[in-house]
Design a binder for this molecule. Structure first.
Ligand code: ADP
Length: 683
C-alpha cells in the first residue's frame, strides 16, 4: 500500500462492507485521496458517492459535499451513520437540534463528512464556518448543475468555485450526464485555471434489461408488465398528465399500490409522493418526466414507458433510474405510430431554430432506430453514445431474435400509394387503398381507380400498420404538420423507390395485450421465500427508523444472504454490503430470520417430495401479506407475520378458518385472516 492510501480496501470492507471496487472506483478513490482535482463522469449506479466518501475517511479533517437533493443527502447521511461514519448535513430540512448537533461536531473536529445544500453557500457565514473547520476536501455531486444550459441549473452552484479558492483544498466533482460542452463548462466554472484529472466511465448499465414493444392494447401491456413484478418498486412514464391519473387508477384497480405524479399537482402532494416512493417498498409511481431529478432511489426494480420518450438521451436517462444498486432491473418501452407522429409534431412546432429542430429529429430517429432494431438493442444504444459493444444477451432481441421479412416490395407499394395521392393522406387512408377497401373517402377521391388500389391484399391491415410505423421509425416517411400530419416521403426512401436498396422489416408477432414475459427472478424459487422474509424484516427495521429500506441493507445484500444462507456472524460478515457496524447492529437479527426460516420451512428436498403446493401457498400468502401490510386502504399501521408463522398457515388445508384465526391471534387475524383463508380455500 502506498502511504497516502493507507488501506482503501480495508476501509471498503470494514466500513462499507464491499469486497471489491466497481470499475473506475479504485482509480478515482486513489486520485481523490492523494489530493488531485478530479472530474469523474460515471453512469448512474456507478457508485459515485463512494468515490468521495471513502477518501473522506482516508484523509485527515473534514470533507464537504455539495449536493442539490435534500432527500438524498438525508439518506446518505443516515446510511453513513449506520456504517459508523461521523456524518451530518446542513439543509433547509434540518430541525434545530440537528443543526446544532452539526455545529457542535464541527467545533470539536469530530465530523468527517458534511453534506451541504448549495443554497447554504449564499450566506457569508458558511464560508467563515468552513474556513474555521479543518476542511481537506470539497466534493460536488451532480456537477452538471453548474451548467447554465442544462435542465438542472442551480445558480448557487456558481459559488462553488469561489468557495474552493477560499478554502484552498482539492475538489472532486461527479456527474452522470455530461456531454463535451457541459464538461468544459464544469471545468471552467468549478476548477478555473487548473485542469482536473478526468475520469470518463462507460455508459453501459449491464444489470438493466432492455425491451420495446409496439403498442397493442397498451394499457394491458403495462398492467401485465406491472402484474408480473408485483411488490417491486417501479416507475411508469406517460406522455400526458391525464394519462398518469388514469393509468395509476387502472393499476390500483388491478390491486397494485400506485400513485400519479405530474408537474400540475400541488407541490405538497408532489413531495408526499416522492417521499412515499423513497421509503415504501413496492410502490409504483405513474408520472410524467417531471418525476426526475428528485428520484434517487437505488432499488427501483423496473421502469416502463407507456409512451415513447422524446429522444434517445431522455430514454437512457429515464430507464437509467432503475437498478442503481446494481441488482437486476427491467424496462419496457411502448411505441406506436401515434407516438412517432406526436414527437415529430412537437419538434416541428417548437420555437427552436431550424438547426436545432433538425438535431432533435436526429435524436428522435436514433430512438426510433432503437425501437425498430432487428439486432441487439444495447449495441445500438451504446454505439449512439460512442461506446463499442458486442451483443449483450440481456435485451428482448437477444432473448428472442425477431422474425423479419424482406419488406422492399411492401415499402415500394406504400410509397407508391403515398406519391400517387399527392402526399396528402395519413396511414389509415393509405392502408384502405392498399388493401382495397372502398370507403366513402376513397371513392370520393377516386382512389379506387388508382393502380395501387388493392395491391396490398396479400398482407393484412395490422401488418400494414406495422409497415407504416416502421417506415416512420426508419424515417422513410414523415408526417407533415402543415398537412395535418399527412405522410410525406423523405430522402432516405429514394434508394428503395428507385430499386437501389432493399429493406428488412420486422413481423409484429404480438398477441393481444403483449407478451407476458416472466421477469427473471431475483433469486431461485427455493430462495424466494427467504428473500421475502429478509425484506419483511428490513422493512420493519426501516419503518421503525422512518428511513428508506436500502439504508438498512440494499437488495443485493439481501439477495446474497438468501442465496448463501450464512449460519454464523462470521459468515454474515463475508456478505457484500455488511460492514463492521452493520454487522454489529443487524447481523444477529438477520441471522435469526435465516436460521428461523430454515427450521420453519420444510427442507427444500422434502418440499419437493410433498409436491410444490405448500411452497406455492407460502409464496401466495406472502404476496397477500405484502398487499395488506398497511391494511386495505394502505394507511394502517404496518404489520406482518413471522416466516415460521406463515409456514404454519401454509401447511393448513382449505376450510381451516378457525385454525388460521387461532394461529394468527386476534390482531393479525383481523388484518390478514380472511385473505389468508381465501388463499387456502383456493388451493
Ligand atoms: P451513483 O453513481 O448513481 O451516485 P451510488 O453512489 O448511489 O451511485 O451507488 C449506487 C449503489 O451501489 C449504492 O447502493 C452503493 O452502496 C452501491 N455500491 C457502490 N460501490 C459499490 C461497490 N464497490 N460494491 C458494491 N456496491 C457498491
Amino acid at each position: 500500500m502506498d502511504g497516502s492510501r493507507p488501506d482503501a480496501l480495508g476501509v471498503l470492507a470494514q466500513v462499507f462492507g464491499f469486497d471489491g471496487f466497481r470499475p473506475m472506483q479504485e482509480d478515482i478513490v486513489t486520485a481523490v485521496t492523494q489530493g488531485e482535482d478530479v472530474l469523474a463522469i460515471l453512469p448512474t449506479g456507478g457508485g459515485k458517492s463512494l468515490c468521495y466518501q471513502l477518501p473522506a475517511l482516508l484523509r485527515p479533517g473534514l470533507t464537504v459535499v455539495i449536493s442539490p437533493l435534500i432527500a438524498l443527502m438525508r439518506d446518505q447521511v443516515r446510511a453513513l451513520r449506520e456504517a459508523g461514519v461521523a456524518a451530518g448535513a446542513l439543509t433547509s430540512g434540518n430541525s434545530e437540534d440537528e443543526t446544532s448537533a452539526v455545529f457542535e461536531a464541527l467545533h470539536d473536529g469530530s465530523l468527517k463528512v458534511l453534506y451541504m445544500a448549495p443554497e447554504r453557500l449564499a450566506s457569508g457565514g458558511t464560508e467563515r464556518l468552513l474556513i474555521n473547520a479543518d476542511v481537506s476536501l470539497l466534493a460536488v455531486d451532480e456537477a452538471h448543475c453548474v451548467s447554465q444550459w442544462g435542465h438542472d441549473f442551480r445558480p448557487d452552484y456558481l459559488r462553488i468555485g469561489a468557495l474552493r479558492r477560499a478554502l484552498d483544498v482539492p475538489l472532486a466533482a461527479f456527474t452522470a450526464t455530461a456531454d463535451e460542452e457541459t464538461r468544459a463548462e464544469i471545468v471552467a466554472r468549478l476548477f478555473g485555471e487548473t485542469e482536473p484529472h478526468l475520469f470518463l466511465g462507460g455508459f453501459d448499465r449491464p444489470n438493466i434489461h432492455l425491451a420495446f414493444q409496439p403498442k397493442n392494447k397498451p394499457r394491458d401491456q403495462i398492467l401485465n408488465f406491472a402484474a408480473a413484478r408485483k411488490g417491486q418498486s417501479g416507475i411508469v412514464y406517460c406522455g400526458t398528465r391525464a394519462k398518469t391519473e388514469t393509468l395509476a387508477k387502472a393499476l390500483k384497480d388491478a390491486g397494485q399500490m400506485a400513485l400519479a405524479y405530474h408537474g400540475g399537482m400541488e407541490s405538497d402532494r408532489r413531495r408526499e409522493v416522492e417521499r412515499r416512493f423513497q421509503t415504501d417498498d413496492g410502490l409504483i409511481v405513474v408520472a410524467t418526466v417531471a418525476f426526475g431529478m428528485g428520484v434517487d432511489k437505488p432499488d427501483i426494480r423496473w421502469v416502463a414507458h407507456a409512451d415513447l420518450p422524446k429522444s434517445i438521451e431522455s430514454y437512457y436517462q429515464e430507464i437509467g433510474r432503475a437498478g442503481r444498486d446494481g441488482a437486476p432491473a427491467e424496462t419496457l418501452t411502448l411505441f406506436g405510430a401515434d407516438d412517432i407522429r406526436f414527437r415529430r409534431m412537437q419538434i416541428d412546432e417548437s420555437p427552436a431554430p431550424p438547426e436545432r429542430r433538425m438535431a432533435d429529429h436526429g435524436r428522435l430517429n436514433a430512438l426510433l432506430g432503437l425501437a425498430e432494431a432487428l439486432g441487439c438493442r444495447r449495441v445500438r444504444l451504446l454505439n449512439f453514445f460512442g461506446d463499442e459493444a458486442t451483443d449483450c444477451g440481456h435485451c428482448d432481441l437477444c432473448d428472442r431474435p425477431p422474425e423479419t421479412f424482406d419488406g422492399t416490395e411492401a415499402v415500394m407499394k406504400a410509397l407508391s400509394a403515398i406519391l400517387r395521392t399527392g402526399e396528402y393522406f395519413g396511414a389509415g387512408h393509405l392502408i384502405d387503398i392498399l388493401v382495397g377497401t372502398a370507403t366513402d373517402k376513397v371513392r370520393a377521391r377516386g382512389h379506387d381507380q388508382l393502380p395501387t388500389f388493392g395491391v396490398g391484399q396479400d398482407i393484412g391491415r395490422n401488418q400494414w400498420s406495422a409497415v407504416f410505423r416502421q417506415m416512420m421509425g426508419r424515417d422513410l416517411v414523415r408526417p407533415d404538420p402543415e398537412r395535418h400530419g399527412a405522410l410525406r416521403m423523405t430522402e432516405h426512401a429514394r434508394p428503395i423507390l428507385r430499386g437501389e436498396a432493399s429493406i428488412d422489416l420486422r413481423k409484429d408477432t404480438l398477441k393481444a395485450g403483449g407478451t407476458r414475459r416472466a421477469p427473471k427472478a431475483m433469486v431461485s424459487e427455493e430462495d424466494a421465500p427467504l428473500l421475502s422474509a429478509l425484506k419483511a424484516k428490513r422493512r420493519a427495521l426501516a419503518e421503525a427508523k422512518r428511513a428508506p429500506a436500502y439504508v438498512i441493507f440494499p437488495d443485493r445484500t439481501l439477495i446474497e444472504m438468501a442465496e448463501k444462507r450464512p449460519k454464523t456472524l462470521d459468515d454474515m460478515a463475508a456478505i457484500n454490503g455488511v460492514g463492521a457496524k452493520k454487522l454489529e447492529r443487524y447481523g444477529r437479527t438477520f441471522l435469526e430470520v435465516i436460521t428461523g426460516e430454515e427450521e420453519a420451512a420444510p427442507h427444500p428436498a422434502r418440499r419437493k417430495l410433498a409436491g410444490r403446493a405448500a411452497g406455492d401457498v407460502y409464496d401466495r400468502l406472502l404476496a397477500v401479506q405484502a398487499q395488506l401490510s398497511r391494511g386495505e386502504d394502505g394507511t394502517g399501521k404496518p404489520m406482518s407475520c413471522s416466516a415460521s408463522l406463515l409456514a404454519k398457515v401454509a401447511a393448513l388445508g382449505p376450510g381451516a378458518a378457525e385454525q388460521v384465526e387461532r394461529l394468527l391471534g386476534e390482531r393479525l387475524a383481523e388484518r390478514f385472516g380472511p385473505a389468508f383463508e381465501a388463499v387456502l380455500d383456493d388451493v
